[in-house]
Design a protein around this ligand. Structure first.
Ligand code: GAL
Length: 682
């Protein structure tokens, strides 16, 4: 299946701006806002996201006067609008009228009013209300010349994802009937013979609410799928209501870095253009790597098409334990990294800092300190930089390595009672990604069932849930010449969270030439050593008892419970190679492992200085090298072309200043990496 055709809002160049909440300010401030937006080069603002109470003052009573004025003002000043539907925050009157639409959490707490967060995704009253407000907005503004994009809701899945209300439980039973047809099929899929959970009537099947012990993991995995489905149905209902009256592209903002409540692959097929919100985790000393992961994932779910960075922050956020401010230059580096990895729009939360409310300590483009501030000066400077990069819009990132990222595997793997709390899907992805990042090898993400034939190298980090069909796809990928690296705790369960027959990792035995007999997790803080050729490398958290069938043993455990056993193996299968690593390697081990895998796969790691992040976007007539210097000294980039930010001609080498950025237009190499089908998202 091909991805939906992508549409881009009617703006030339890289869009620049942010969330705009003028309803929090007196009318005269709006005039100052548009003047300053022009000064900063802002050309796209998102409005209306939390304005339901002001737009529909009581059920069916609308007041669009202020929004009419606002859109006209923005249009008159050349600023385009991404018009939000306000359904992430229903008004007080809605909950007063429909108390049963309130969300109930897993512990049975009924969610109150006074914050934000949608009503129950399964409430018929909520569904009717969101369609009503979306329809009214689309009718009124579908032809407004300022509106170039529709922004449905806000960040589905947070702060409200799972709902245990009666309406949700009713819908859940309907969803299960649809999925399984019969109770026999449900009982089999959930393995309800265990702990005597057999169901004899549909009405006895409940949501997996808090219970005396661990709730059936297959039931919890299904409830996750159901939640995602219900949220997506809410999006589709609004999207279709808008489409009936408006022709602009429609999107919603994903959270590739924060919440994996929704299956971005499935959602990306339903939006016209993919959009993402990204906030650095202050506790992560290398937040730029997390940022790169999120950006690559966002691009990948959209099949490689340009995407919108819908929100990020100019400096600190307000909701982490310690909200670390960005240092000079960091905002621009963050922004240009998103651009390097495929974004054609750079937007922030938010335009002007709020004086009141829960987010008053969140940074903004226009901070409380006003225009005589560092942040404002950097905002204006960034607007200028983006203006000089118009020609790179529409170009595409080149990658010939893929990492598997499957949301269902996340949902299943991170439930309770797993062999070790030290093994999470996200940490394993990060572990491999980090080394690829340091090697400046650009990565796409992919699902295990995708057509992977365009990638030279595919990495499967702790791909715990893997259906037999997807495992067959990976086996075929290797057989026909691909290089596959699989880490421990992969191919353990099927789509029902049931252990594969034949044992752990058995479905991948053709590609890997191994099976796993037993997990050997280490105690907290313990590490172990591997003998690899003449040297030793360290690992932690995990070992396995690996049964080698056709593979060659590359490294063995020098100590730990698996002492003497196979730690790393390499298997020839058909025309390709399957690597298996049964432990959590430290960085030096990952580096060595990937160096071998690059060799097998014919992947070339470019030779850039450490700390200089370089990504290539390929346009119709040229390539663009975007270089971000994370060091506090300058770094030399070997290239020929024109540096677009300065206009300088580059002949052989270019010094990227400490903490600086360079964007080079350069010739497309005659031997091209990334020669692969344009869209890999089926
Ligand atoms: C986002 C949200 C915004 C704002 C922002 C603060 O998750 O969409 O409305 O709350 O966080 O960082």
């Amino acid at each position: 299946m091909n991805p939906a055709p992508r549409m881009w809002p009617d703006i030339s160049g890289i869009a620049y701006g942010g969330d705009y909440t003028p309803e929090q300010w007196p009318r005269e401030v709006w005039d100052e806002d548009v003047r300053l937006m022009q000064e900063a080069g802002v050309d796209l603002v998102t409005v209306g996201i939390f304005s339901w109470a002001l737009l529909e003052t009581s059920e069916g009573v609308f007041d669009f006067g202020w929004l009419d004025d606002l859109l006209d003002l923005l249009h008159a000043n050349g600023i385009r609008v991404d018009l939000g539907t306000p359904t992430a925050s229903p008004p007080a009157w809605f909950f007063a009228r429909h108390p049963d639409a309130r969300v109930i959490d897993r512990d049975g707490t009924v969610m109150g009013f006074g914050a934000r967060g949608m009503a129950s995704h399964s409430s018929p009253a909520y569904r009717a209300a969101i369609v009503r407000i979306a329809t009214e907005l689309a009718r009124r503004y579908g032809d407004h010349p300022a509106v170039v994009l529709w922004h449905v809701h806000n960040e589905y899945g947070v702060p409200v994802g799972e709902d245990y209300s009666e309406q949700s439980v009713q819908a859940w039973r309907g969803w299960l009937r649809e999925r399984y047809g019969t109770l026999d099929a449900l009982n089999a899929a959930w393995g309800t013979a265990f702990w005597g959970q057999h169901y004899g009537e549909w009405d006895h099947v409940g949501a997996p609410a808090a219970a005396p012990s661990v709730v059936n993991p297959a039931q919890r995995l299904d409830f996750h799928r159901f939640t995602d489905h219900q949220l997506l149905q809410c999006f589709i209902a609004e999207r279709d209501a808008i489409r009936a009256h408006a022709g602009q592209p429609i999107t919603t903002n994903f959270m590739a870095n924060q919440s994996w409540t929704t299956d971005m692959w499935a959602w990306a097929r339903e939006v016209d253009v993919v959009a993402d919100d990204h906030y650095l985790w202050a506790a992560d000393p290398e937040g730029e790597i997390g940022l790169a992961i999120a950006a690559d994932l966002t691009r990948s779910v959209g099949g490689g098409a340009p995407w919108i960075l819908m929100e990020h922050s100019t400096s600190a956020v307000n909701w982490q334990p310690r909200n670390v401010a960005k240092r000079p230059g960091e905002m621009a580096r963050n922004s240009l990294t998103h651009v390097a990895r495929g974004a054609d729009a750079v937007l922030f939360f938010q335009w002007r800092a709020s004086r009141s409310g829960a987010e008053k300590f969140h940074s903004a483009m226009l901070p409380h300190a006003g225009t005589s501030s560092r942040v404002w000066r950097e905002v204006v400077d960034l607007g200028g930089k983006l203006d000089r990069l118009d020609e790179i819009t529409g170009s595409r990132v080149v990658a010939d390595v893929a990492i598997l990222w499957d949301f269902e595997s996340f949902w299943a793997q991170d439930l309770e009672w797993r062999p070790s709390v030290d093994v999470t899907h996200a940490a394993q992805i990060r572990c491999f990604y980090e080394q690829l990042w340091r090697d400046n090898v650009t990565v796409d993400f992919a699902l295990p069932g995708h057509d992977l034939s365009g990638y030279r190298l595919v990495i499967a980090p702790a791909q715990y849930l893997l259906s037999t069909a997807d495992a067959d796809n990976l086996n075929r990928y290797v057989e026909s010449g691909g290089t596959l690296v699989v880490s421990f705790f992969s191919a353990i369960v099927d789509e029902n969270d049931a252990v594969h027959e034949g044992g752990f990792a058995a479905p991948l035995e053709p590609a890997l030439g191994v099976r796993v007999e037993e997990f050997l997790p280490l105690r907290e803080g313990d590490s172990a050593r591997l003998t690899w050729g003449g040297s030793e490398v360290s690992s932690r958290a995990w070992q396995e008892d690996v049964v080698v069938t056709t593979a060659e043993v590359i490294a063995r455990y020098a100590d730990g419970p698996g002492e003497g056993g196979a730690a790393i193996t390499r298997n020839r299968h058909g025309a390709g190679t399957g690597w298996y690593v049964s432990t959590r390697l430290e960085a030096d081990g990952v580096r060595a492992l990937l160096a071998e895998a690059y060799r097998d796969a014919g992947v070339e790691a470019p030779d850039h200085p450490a700390g200089l992040e370089v990504v290539r976007r390929r346009g119709a007539d040229a390539d663009y090298l975007i270089a971000i210097n994370h060091r506090d000294t300058s770094a030399r980039l070997a290239a020929d072309g024109v540096e677009l930010l300065s206009g300088a001609t580059v002949d052989g080498e270019h010094d990227v200043e400490a903490g600086g950025i360079a964007v080079l237009r350069t010739a497309t190499p005659s031997v091209q990496g990334g020669d692969r089908p344009a869209d890999v998202n089926p």
